[in-house]
Design a protein around this ligand. Structure first.
Ligand code: 5BU
Length: 275
């Protein structure tokens, strides 16, 4: 039995109890896109230019904000304005991985003030359940401005060669997602995971699946990255495909974003039709 969702984004948006996940599905439906661009550029000017040019074609913009060489508060406020202008969500791929007390400080406050501008964050569960609990708890702080607009993806699998995020690790990811489902939106994984641990699955469960390592022309890179096409990723259960170099390194990044959007959308429509 396949565990990937065959429901349209609109239906998932209408039925989803988590407001941010519902908003994400609504954006996908409205803009007819399941593309997340991984904006791994290293200057604020490049990031903001990319966000403005690709904004109309994406559902989510994924950042690694610590790779910017010239980050200022202005960069973040302009990025937030562009997210509003083009109606996309911001996902900071910070991959928190530490004890609860530390990740709370890395997420909320600190140099990067991630909780103020990133709708979505992610974490690895190597430290155990406490990391998920700590991040979820942060959103309940009295000074936390907008808990309804914040969510977490658990990094349940990785695309790099020899990844150790497999087996029991992936199962625990699903277990913690279920336990903290008010804050956990779903997973970064290479396939749908909702049939993992079937005995603890609840009726109507609907976790969102983000899949990285999507590229139309390459098979991988020299540092162990392994790619698949939008069609293959969506076929395996990706609700959102994440592409970086395939888009921002293309000779014309707008054309590339449109192409990934078309391919990703076609694959989604086929999946909904039951193919
Ligand atoms: P690429 O240029 O499409 O290879 O970029 C992939 C992006 O996704 C990059 O930002 C990585 O940090 C990120 N990534 C990944 O490639 N594989 C994973 O398993 C996870 C994140 Br999780």
């Amino acid at each position: 039995m396949s565990s990937k969702s065959h429901l349209p984004y609109a239906t998932r948006a209408a039925n989803h109890p988590n407001p941010l996940t519902a908003k994400l599905f609504s954006i996908a439906e409205e803009k007819k896109t399941n593309v997340t661009v991984s904006a791994d550029v290293t200057t604020s000017a490049e990031l903001l230019d990319l966000a403005d040019k690709l904004g109309p074609y994406i559902a989510v913009l994924k950042t690694h904000i610590d790779i910017l060489s010239d980050l200022t508060p202005q960069t973040l406020s302009t990025l937030q304005s562009l997210a509003q202008k083009h109606n996309f969500l911001i996902f900071e791929d910070r991959k928190f991985i530490d004890i609860g007390n530390t990740v709370q400080k890395q997420y909320h406050g600190g140099a990067l003030r991630i909780s103020e501008w990133a709708h979505i964050i992610n974490c690895a569960i190597l430290p155990g359940e406490g990391i998920v609990e700590a991040l979820a708890q942060t959103t309940q702080d009295a000074d936390f401005a907008n808990p309804q607009e914040r969510g977490l993806l658990i990094l349940a699998e990785m695309t790099s060669k020899g990844s150790l995020a497999t087996g029991t690790y992936t199962e625990r990811s699903v277990e913690y997602a279920r336990k903290y489902k008010g804050f956990v939106m779903g997973f970064v994984s290479t396939k749908a995971l909702s049939d993992t641990l079937p005995e603890s699955k609840e009726e109507g469960e609907d976790f969102v699946v983000f899949t990285t390592g999507v590229n139309l022309s390459d098979k991988g890179d020299k540092l162990g990255q392994q790619y698949q096409t939008p069609e293959s990723a969506v076929g395996r259960g990706a609700d959102f495909i994440i592409a970086g170099r395939g888009i921002y390194r293309a000779p014309d990044m707008v054309m590339a974003a449109k192409r990934y959007r078309e391919e990703g959308w076609r694959a989604y429509e086929e999946r909904v039709r039951g193919n």
